[in-house]
Design a protein around this ligand. Structure first.
Ligand code: GRG
Length: 299
């Protein structure tokens, strides 16, 4: 199966349009303008929205509805956007370009960028209970607890801390996986686990789909690392070559380019196999498409 950015956008047009409208409605133009402007700038640029698409598609594949998945999918995107805003700050990666436009602290100011990230993170946890009319409170509490872990420790924040603390150490496989399981795989695993829970699935199917999301997140990171080596800023929408310049522990730094490509290929085959073992009433075509899209994406 050949996938492109445009076939991704066509296939998931409904998921993408619903996500954009929901995010736009959460972030109206309000006063104080620099804060809301910074929040809008950090969220409402053209982006792949892969995490919300994955969550929605997992929920639908398990027999759930767009309505049940959408608030959590958008809360997840808010957390992802906050993490990008804070990651770009001078005290972290100090980057000027994100999603093809100046980073939030460049377009606004450093203080507004910190506060915009803080607001998006806190807002995310309110969106899930406030906008869900179809899902039971017990499931929503479980989803909120899972999101809290995925966004903190063990998850996004611990992955980022490991990345910073290990940047001067020699690259090792163990550190590589620890960093990327936190920074990237935790939010992907949350997406698939939440998608299954919000569709009313329990136990084994939830566990299998969480493992699938974790593996998909690591594959996404392998491709991100390969693109950082191979792609120009005009295509990537962010500064390329930074990983090597900053001595980051990446898949190519630990394994080399061709071994990373081999590991990626094997991971994609394993993920296809995981999907085959899901209960027969799960519709997995969309998730199979996402494996292929992630493997061949250009930015
Ligand atoms: C500040 C707590 C904190 C964490 C920051 C997100 C992050 C952790 C660092 C950014 C750099 C990086 C390589 C993160 C790994 C995850 C990743 C590949 C993010 C980029 O996600 P995309 O490609 O971005 O989905 P778009 O712009 O399409 O949403």
């Amino acid at each position: 199966m050949i996938t492109t950015q445009s076939s991704y956008e066509t296939r998931f047009q409904g998921h993408l349009e619903a996500t954009e409208s929901f995010l736009e409605a959460l972030l109206p133009l309000r006063d104080p303008q620099p804060l809301w402007g910074a929040m809008r700038h950090g969220v409402l640029q053209k982006a792949k929205r892969i995490r919300p698409v994955l969550l929605i598609e997992t929920c639908l594949s398990c027999g759930g509805s767009l309505e049940s998945a959408l608030p959590t999918a958008c809360a997840l995107e808010l957390i992802h956007c906050y993490s990008l805003i804070h990651d770009d700050l001078p005290c972290m990666d100090n980057d000027d370009l994100r999603r093809g436009v100046p980073t939030v602290h460049r377009a606004f100011s450093e203080d507004m960028a910190v506060l915009a990230g803080d607001a998006l993170l806190a807002m995310a946890f309110g969106v899930i209970p406030a906008h869900n009319k179809t899902v039971s409170p017990v499931v929503l509490l479980q989803v909120l607890q899972n999101l809290s872990q995925a966004a903190s420790i063990p998850g996004l924040v611990s992955g980022q801390a490991d990345d910073i603390l290990c940047s001067q150490s020699p690259p090792s496989e163990e550190t590589l996986y620890r960093i990327h399981e936190g920074k990237t795989a935790a939010l992907f695993a949350f997406a698939t686990e939440a998608g299954a829970l919000l569709a009313g699935r329990e136990d084994n199917t939830v566990t299998q789909l969480k493992a699938f999301g974790h593996a998909l997140g690591l594959a996404f990171q392998m491709v991100d690392d390969l693109l950082d080596v191979k792609t120009q800023a005009s295509v990537l929408g962010k500064t390329p070559g930074k990983d090597q310049a900053q001595g980051k522990i990446t898949f190519p730094a630990v394994f080399g380019l061709s071994e990373t490509e081999r590991i990626l290929e094997a991971a994609c085959e394993d993920m296809n196999a995981v999907l085959k073992h899901l209960p027969q009433d799960c519709q997995t075509e969309g998730l199979l498409f996402l494996i292929q899209y992630i493997k061949t994406r250009m930015f």
